[in-house]
Design a protein around this ligand. Structure first.
Ligand code: C5P
Length: 211
C-alpha cells in the first residue's frame, strides 16, 4: 500500500471527486475529515470506494464510551478502512472504541501537530492507547522514532505535518516525507501541499517518488 494519505480538506464534493480522480495513480487512502464529511459524507465515501481506494475517516471521536463505541460501529457500516479517536478521551473510551468486532483500524490522536508539547506527554498517551487495544497513533514527525521504540514496531504511526520544503502555515512540527519515513512512519498525511497545488497530480507523484 502506498504511504501517502491525501487529506481531502475541501468543502466541495465536485472538487473532492476531481482530486481523487487526478491523484489516484499515486494515492491509495483518502482522508475525509469534518470539513467534507459534514457537506457530503456518504457521497464522498462512495466515490472513493468506487475508485478502488480506501477511506480514512478523521472525525477524532471524543465522547462518553457508549457514544464512541456506537460511532465506531456506524463507521464500520460505512466500510471505512480507518478512523480516529482522541486519546484525551481516556482509558474507558479507548477500550470501548477498540471493543467493536471486525472494526476499521483505529488511530488515536496524541497531541495535535499544531500544538507544541513535550515528547513525554506524547509517549504517555501513545502507550495508554496501545494498552487499550488501539492500533496506532497520529503523531508529529518529531516523535515517530520514540513512539516506535516505546510501543514497538507493529504499533502504527501516521504522521501529518509533512512538507516538501519549509512552509509558513499553522503546522508547528513539520518534516519532509523522506525524514518522516526514515524515522519509521507507516503513513504520512498530506493536505494543502497537494490540494492547493496548481497541479495536484504532479505534487502527489513527487510524494510517491520520494517514498
Ligand atoms: O494541510 P496539511 O498537510 O497540514 O494537512 C494535515 C492534515 O492532517 C489535516 O487534515 C489535519 O486535520 C490533520 N491532522 C493534523 N494533526 C493531527 C491530526 C490530524 O494535522 N494530530
Amino acid at each position: 500500500m502506498k504511504k501517502t494519505i491525501l487529506a481531502l480538506d475541501v468543502y466541495d464534493l465536485q472538487k473532492a471527486e476531481r482530486l481523487v480522480k487526478e491523484t489516484s495513480p499515486y494515492i491509495d487512502i483518502y482522508k475525509v475529515g469534518p470539513i467534507l464529511f459534514l457537506q457530503s459524507g456518504k457521497e464522498i465515501i462512495k466515490i472513493i470506494k468506487n475508485n478502488g481506494k480506501e477511506v480514512f475517516l478523521d472525525l477524532k471521536f471524543y465522547d462518553i464510551p457508549a457514544t464512541v463505541k456506537r460511532s465506531v460501529e456506524s463507521a464500520k457500516e460505512l466500510g471505512v478502512f480507518s478512523l480516529t479517536v482522541h486519546s484525551i478521551g481516556g482509558k474507558e473510551m479507548l477500550k470501548a472504541a477498540a471493543s467493536v468486532e471486525n472494526r476499521p483500524k483505529i488511530w488515536a490522536v496524541t497531541v495535535l501537530t499544531s500544538q507544541i508539547t513535550a515528547p513525554e506527554e506524547v509517549i504517555r498517551r501513545a502507550k495508554l492507547t496501545k494498552s487499550c487495544g488501539i492500533d496506532g497513533v497520529i503523531s508529529s514527525p518529531l516523535e515517530i522514532a520514540l513512539i516506535k521504540k516505546e510501543c514497538g514496531k507493529d504499533f502504527i504511526v501516521v504522521t501529518p505535518g509533512i512538507r516538501l520544503a519549509k512552509s509558513d502555515d499553522d503546522q508547528k512540527r513539520v518534516a519532509t516525507p523522506e525524514i518522516a519515513v526514515k524515522e519509521g512512519a507507516d503513513f504520512i498525511v498530506v493536505g494543502r501541499p497537494i490540494i492547493e497545488a496548481k497541479d495536484p497530480s504532479e505534487v502527489a507523484k513527487i510524494f510517491m517518488r520520494v517514498l
